[in-house]
Design a protein around this ligand. Structure first.
Ligand code: SF4
Length: 209
């Protein structure tokens, strides 16, 4: 797909989702990190149901670093994976010990925390610190490859191609627009192509025709 067509689709996507933003609820880097860790393989809605009680009981890195897994796990059990509670506590202990209790603002430091991979690090960089980063989750990977914005086999290659395509200042907002489109229209099992405003340019539809 040529560059002009990709840019047209990105402009259309911006028109479709002028309000696109993170759907997880958080107010500071600590909450951003904890909520993003909980969101792996879980809906944002479910994470938003549990985090008010978690943040009330453990309002910062230091209190979470002192948490006991047997107390935290029942509070986050509905978000899946027992390892999430252990990783949240372990990540905060490492932040306390290695980063003076402040959530670090570099990808390398974030990825050194237990349970934090590149996607989570990119989400935190972009949402908590305003550092340009393009996080590739399951929606972003599916949607931008389907549409033809990139042609990638892996999330790493998707991130590389998309960050080459987009100006840095658009990385964060485009990530949110692609997620919104993936949740509302370009769904995993049954994309709603009939009513999709990107239909005329989309590689998926035009391959099928
Ligand atoms: S036309 Fe279909 S496949 Fe293409 S972006 Fe829209 S919903 Fe997704």
């Amino acid at each position: 797909m040529n560059q002009n067509r990709k840019i047209e689709m990105l402009e259309k996507l911006a028109e479709m989702y002028p309000e696109a933003r993170a759907e997880l609820h958080f107010t500071n880097p600590y909450e951003t990190l904890m909520a993003t860790m909980l969101s792996a393989q879980c809906t944002d809605r479910q994470v938003n149901r549990v985090t008010p009680a978690v943040f009330a009981r453990y309002p910062d890195v230091l209190s979470m670093a002192e948490a006991r897994e047997e107390d935290l796990y029942p509070m986050v059990r509905s978000c899946g994976f027992k390892s999430k509670a252990g990783n949240m506590i372990a990540a905060c202990r490492k932040i306390r010990e290695d980063y003076g209790g402040q959530v670090p603002d570099t990808r390398e430091a974030l990825m050194s925390l237990p349970g934090v991979g590149r996607k989570t690090a990119n989400v935190v960089l972009s949402n908590a610190f305003g550092v340009p980063a393009f996080a590739v989750d399951t929606h972003v990977f599916r949607v931008c490859n389907r549409m033809g914005l990139c042609q990638a086999e892996t999330v790493e290659e998707t991130e590389k191609q998309m960050t080459e395509l987009l100006p840095e200042e658009d990385w964060g907002v485009t990530h949110h627009r692609l997620i919104w489109h993936g949740r509302r229209v370009c769904k995993a099992q049954h994309p709603l192509c009939e009513g999709c405003a990107l239909r005329n340019s989309c590689a998926f539809v035009n391959q099928e025709a």
